[in-house]
Design a protein around this ligand. Structure first.
Ligand SMILES: [Zn+2]
Length: 412
């Protein structure tokens, strides 16, 4: 285990400009503690420096996969993978899904997405995609009417399990409750992407009446920890090495700090001692009845779900704004570092973009494009007709100590 981590660290510090420029003598690295903690902002200064020189050619040839950070903190980062490394990173999760919950890769499932993985299809007002034995639904624009239609489509597709975020599950649950319908084919629900609170879990258990497991992961590294049937979130040690740090120093046991992650599978764009911005603590010495020996992670703050409120009482998912920002990046390149949307009134939003210095200097040229793409990609008509006030800055937002640092602030 330790050898695998050291091998990845030495690899990164030899082949990736982001680490190479730190000028650390790799022969002096004896422990992970010998290398510094890095943050998303540092990587975003020159994103391409994070790519290993061994994979630069493949990147230039367009032969690599990208995953985007979910943007939940409003900071956008793209991470590259080869297909093989990406699949390898998901393997430990699949092994445990099968062992604990009898879920196999061939079982049909439904999920929700922000950015289509393939060209998406349309049925009525629902955008969706079908990839092998899965059906995905576009998370943008989840009005009650759309949710009703999605529930019908899920019923018809008859999946064995669902993979979704707690806030999306709650939106679906509320509609199911109202219409008194159930999804009888669903035996298992995997929640990820947001902090899962006990009350949310209890509510979902009541509505869906099936097994629920929490998975903690991020798009930069894929799965990090997975819940066993005993209710403990175990670190997936063959994919990511998890540490808890405080002021850049490692904390050994049961003390809260910031989570710091090292990939063990992504050599294309390796993240080494990457501080993710979520906080938690690790329990190393335990005797969980599930039989796993890997440390148990307890998240103490993380991504918290928020909703856009509409006058008619509907709650809409703010993912609509992540999609809008991704559209800007797709069309104009990595111009936006971070963003935040604040709902001021039912029909009034403030949108703050943190942009690259060089873009900031030519703001007049680009701001009209940014705003046009942003507004065009909002296809929910109630939101399209709202008023948007755009603000620009080149200062990255400081992390909020309350852990509520999200890209969207609800109306209060
Ligand atoms: Zn366990």
């Amino acid at each position: 285990m330790k050898e695998k981590i050291l091998r990845m660290i030495k690899y990164a510090y030899t082949n990736v400009p982001l680490y190479e420029k730190k000028n650390i003598d790799i022969t002096s690295i004896k422990d992970i503690k010998d290398v510094p903690v890095i943050r998303k902002e540092e990587i975003m200064v020159d994103w391409e420096e994070g790519i290993s020189s061994n994979y630069l050619m493949k990147y230039l040839q367009g032969k690599l996969m990208s995953s985007w950070t979910s943007g939940s903190t409003g900071k956008c980062l793209r991470v590259l993978w080869t297909k093989e490394q990406y699949n390898q990173s998901l393997l430990p999760l699949w092994i445990l899904r099968h062992r604990f919950y009898d879920i196999k890769p061939t079982d049909k499932f439904c999920y929700f997405y922000n950015t289509p993985n393939v060209e998406h299809r349309k049925k009525g007002n629902v955008f969706y995609e079908i990839i092998e034995n899965s059906m995905g639904f576009y998370k943008n624009n989840l009005s009650e009417e759309v949710i009703c239609n999605i529930i019908d489509m899920i019923k018809e597709y008859s999946p064995r399990w669902l993979m979704l975020q707690p806030s999306t599950a709650v939106l679906i649950g509320r509609t199911m409750e109202k219409l008194e319908i159930s999804l009888s084919s669903v035996e298992y629900i995997e929640l990820s992407g947001e902090m899962l609170f006990e009350e949310t879990r209890n509510y979902l258990k009541k509505i869906f009446g099936c097994t629920i497991a929490n998975q903690y992961g991020c798009n930069e590294l894929n799965s990090i920890a997975y819940e066993c049937p005993e209710g403990n979130l175990h670190c997936l040690e063959s994919n990511v090495y998890v540490e808890v740090v405080k002021k850049e120093k490692r904390i050994e046991n049961k003390e809260e700090g910031e989570l710091c992650l090292t990939t063990l599978n992504n050599e294309t764009m390796p993240l080494v001692r990457y501080a993710i911005g979520d906080s938690g603590l690790l329990r190393y010495h335990h005797s969980c009845n599930c039989g796993l020996k890997s440390p148990i992670l307890e998240l103490t703050s993380g991504r918290i779900s928020t909703y856009i409120q509409h006058e008619d009482g509907t709650l809409l998912s703010p993912y609509i704004f992540i999609h809008a920002v991704h559209s800007i990046i797709e069309m104009l390149g990595d111009v936006i570092i971070q963003f935040r949307v604040i709902q001021k009134e039912y029909q009034k939003f403030e949108v703050i973009f943190v942009i690259l210095d060089e873009v900031y200097e030519n703001l007049e040229e680009i701001s009209a494009h940014i705003e046009e793409i942003f507004l065009n990609s909002i296809d929910e008509k109630r939101l399209k007709n709202s008023k948007y006030i755009f603000l620009y800055t080149n200062h990255v937002f400081a992390d909020d100590k309350t852990g509520k640092c999200t890209y969207f602030e609800m109306m209060v």
